[in-house]
Design a protein around this ligand. Structure first.
Ligand code: C2E
Ligand code: MG
Ligand code: MG
Length: 668
């Protein structure tokens, strides 16, 4: 179909063509008129001069016109003149138009008025020559010739008419050639004047059309992979849904996201990342049918629309085909890349009847597949909507809190088992929610890690905790939890050093709690970081011990200052009795052997305290002794106790009934 632009271009081209034709036609007409005119004047001049020549030399012309025989002298002259200036014939006519003497170029005949010429009579009546140019048929007559009827006057009055037949073929040819050349030059000139701008305009139009086509292509395609882009995906999905509403059936929208693409991009560089995306795009295209849609929505997100399906199973098996295609190893230079993908599926019409809703449903399913550890396929479920809203709200609160540094730190006391002296606090972060409640760290820390906000949060916690600890009496310590993700950027030791420097806290009063997941990779870099921190005088603590993978192997890899036995053991103590007791005692004994202090976490009941009194642990922490509280609520209590120190117990002391002397207010 022609678009309006093409149509107007077509009109312009037609107009330019018509102008050119008009110019050529006009030049042709002018050429013919000019040639005819010149020929007329030339023929007139030739006929006139011939007639005059005859009139001057044929003294008895009046007599001849009157019907007399020419004199011998005149006849000899007339015979000679027959060939003058292409005159191939002549007539001497009386004033009434009756031809008396006629020559056809080879012989002279005495006609004596037997033939009448109306034109000659007219020329006589008008008293001026009548000349016409005619076309003849060789060899009877020349191709072009002129006939001139010329009145011959003697003493001012006409006496006879002399008609001369002049061959003008040669002149005509000559004029025509000269003018043809001129016309050609004129045409070329006009052609140049009109044609060059026309060609330039045509080329520009062509280029513009090409650019327009490219723009239209880019408006509907992804520039890197050539797949449909979001706009075209929505258009095609709309069409497929319209067909669905008429004919029934179902379609599936597969939302695909490459796992850890950013890391791939960081490792392989931009070109490597692009190569991976292009290869995956080709593979997705290869396993789909022509009527299916494959689109790239930007970044590492792809969407495949599978049309004409009859069941959910069909969508699932196709999703598996997409996964196998996309995750097959890809060779890049001398490396093999093995990408994994997460995939979410939404079905029409059950999960949505508009492109937007379907894409959202598929995206939610993809989101679930990522939350479930990536590298898996998930179908959309209606309850995912609410989960997404909650997640969006949480992400917003998290970003706001990072921006405004509006996190809250709570501090949970840690006590020595023997004498139950307070020895410090563990800093535990909370995120204030919009409704005024506090969101616990286990809910938002993984998201902060995913959003790469953990570095900023970690640095803030360190800074705040060190600052708070400087307000506590010495040698009370502060323990800060570190996420493994913080070590990825490689500036933990620097952050620790700057927090210590800014607060002025003695490094011996800071403890950093890490979990064994940090040591999983057995990275030399992490070991170095930990050693650097330890060398500053800061204690390194193995947190949540006993819950991880192969806990024991990590203990000899790094000289930890302390092991914290995970709170799940205390929770199990009341239900599984002796088994938990045995495990806890074994871990304590292990700590002893490795010269590491041991803290038991999650102590909640008097029974647990009683058991721990008999065990050989060093420290305890748990609701029984004190819940995490805001800094403002502990400082007053500590100060009070330190202002009036107990003679035998320098630190804040508690009694076994679980009522600490410091005012500790539970928050969770
Ligand atoms: P964790 O380091 O093992 O901290 C102890 C957790 O046990 C705290 O939970 C604390 O409130 C809870 N707890 C203490 N005593 C008891 C008890 O007697 N019974 C029970 N049931 N729980 C008790 P919280 O504050 O929710 O923190 C959970 C985890 O979040 C922490 O476990 C730690 O791994 C992480 N976390 C907390 N703050 C931070 C932080 O600033 N940065 C990082 N990266 N992680 C943090
Ligand atoms: Mg901890
Ligand atoms: Mg712990």
């Amino acid at each position: 179909m022609l678009n309006p632009l093409t149509l107007s271009n077509f009109k312009k081209a037609a107009l330019a063509g018509s102008v050119m034709l008009l110019v050529v036609f006009g030049v042709g007409v002018v050429l013919k008129a000019t040639v005819d005119n010149l020929l007329y004047w030339d023929a007139t001049a030739a006929a006139e001069s011939w007639a005059r020549y005859v009139a001057e030399n044929v003294t008895d012309i009046e007599e001849i016109a009157g019907g007399a025989q020419p004199s011998a002298q005149s006849m000899a002259f007339l015979i000679r003149t027959q060939q003058i200036r292409h005159v191939f014939g002549f007539e001497i006519i009386n004033l009434y138009g009756n031809i008396q003497l006629s020559s056809d170029g080879s012989k002279i005949s005495n006609v004596r008025g037997s033939v009448h010429s109306e034109i000659a009579a007219n020329a006589a009546a008008l008293g001026r020559p009548i000349i016409s140019v005619k076309e003849g048929t060789p060899p009877v007559r020349p191709k072009y010739y002129s006939v001139a009827y010329l009145p011959v006057t003697v003493d001012g009055s006409p006496r006879a008419i002399v008609a001369a037949y002049v061959d003008v073929s040669e002149q005509r040819e000559h004029f025509r050639n000269a003018f043809l050349l001129a016309a050609l030059a004129l045409c070329l000139l006009i052609g140049g004047a009109v044609g060059i701008p026309t060609i330039a305009w045509y080329r520009r139009t062509k280029e513009k059309q090409q650019a327009d086509r490219r723009i239209r292509y880019l408006a509907h395609h992804d520039a890197l992979t050539g797949l449909s882009n979001r706009a075209q995906l929505i258009e095609k999905l709309e069409l497929a849904l319209a067909v669905l509403s008429l004919r029934g059936g179902s379609l599936a929208v597969h939302f695909i996201d490459l796992d850890h693409f950013k890391e791939v991009n960081d490792t392989l560089g931009h070109d490597g990342g692009d190569f991976l995306l292009k290869t995956i795009a080709e593979r997705l295209r290869a396993v789909t049918r022509v009527e299916d849609v494959v689109a790239r929505l930007g970044g590492d997100e792809f969407v495949v629309v599978q049309t004409g399906i009859a069941s959910k199973d069909q969508a699932e098996s196709f999703a598996h085909r997409l996964v196998s295609a996309a995750t097959a190893p890809i060779a890049l230079k001398d490396q093999q890349i093995a990408a994994t993908i997460s995939l979410g599926i939404a079905l029409a019409p059950v999960d949505g009847t508009s492109p937007e809703r379907l894409l959202k449903s598929a995206d939610l399913a993809l989101y679930r597949s990522k939350a479930d550890g990536r590298n898996c396929i998930r179908f959309f479920l209606p309850e995912m909507d609410a989960a997404l809203l909650a997640r969006i709200a949480l992400e917003k609160s998290l970003r706001d809190a990072v921006l405004n540094e509006s996190f809250i730190l709570h501090y949970q006391p840690v006590f020595e088992i023997s004498g139950h002296n307070l020895i410090g606090f563990e800093a535990l972060i909370r995120l204030p929610a919009a409704d005024g409640t506090l969101i616990p760290p286990l809910t938002f820390i993984p998201i902060a890690e995913e959003l790469r906000l953990i570095d900023k949060i970690g640095a803030w916690v360190l800074k705040e905790a060190c600052k708070a600890a400087t307000t506590w009496p010495e040698p009370l310590t502060v323990a800060v939890n570190l996420s493994p993700a913080q070590f990825k950027t490689g500036n933990v030791s620097a952050t620790v050093a700057s927090a210590l420097k800014a607060s002025g806290l003695a490094p011996q009063r800071l403890e950093l709690e890490i979990t064994e997941t940090l040591l999983l990779g057995n990275s030399e870099f992490i070991m170095k970081e930990l050693q650097t921190i330890k060398a500053m005088g800061v204690a390194i603590v193995m947190d949540d011990f006993g819950t991880g993978y192969s806990s024991l192997s990590y203990l000899w890899r790094f000289p930890f200052d302390k092991i914290k036995i995970d709170r799940s053991f205390m929770q199990g103590f009341d239900t599984s009795g002796r088994d938990a007791e045995t495990v806890v005692k074994t871990i304590i004994a292990l700590g002893r052997e490795l010269k590491m202090r041991v803290t038991v976490e999650g102590v909640e009941t008097a029974r647990q305290v009683e058991f721990l009194d008999g065990a050989d642990a060093d420290q305890v922490q748990g609701y029984f002794f004190g819940r995490p509280v805001p800094a403002s609520e502990i400082e007053a209590g500590i100060l009070t106790n330190f202002q009036e120190p107990h003679p035998t117990k320098p630190a804040v002391s508690i009694h076994k009934a679980g009522a600490p002397m410091v005012k500790l207010v539970a928050t969770n």
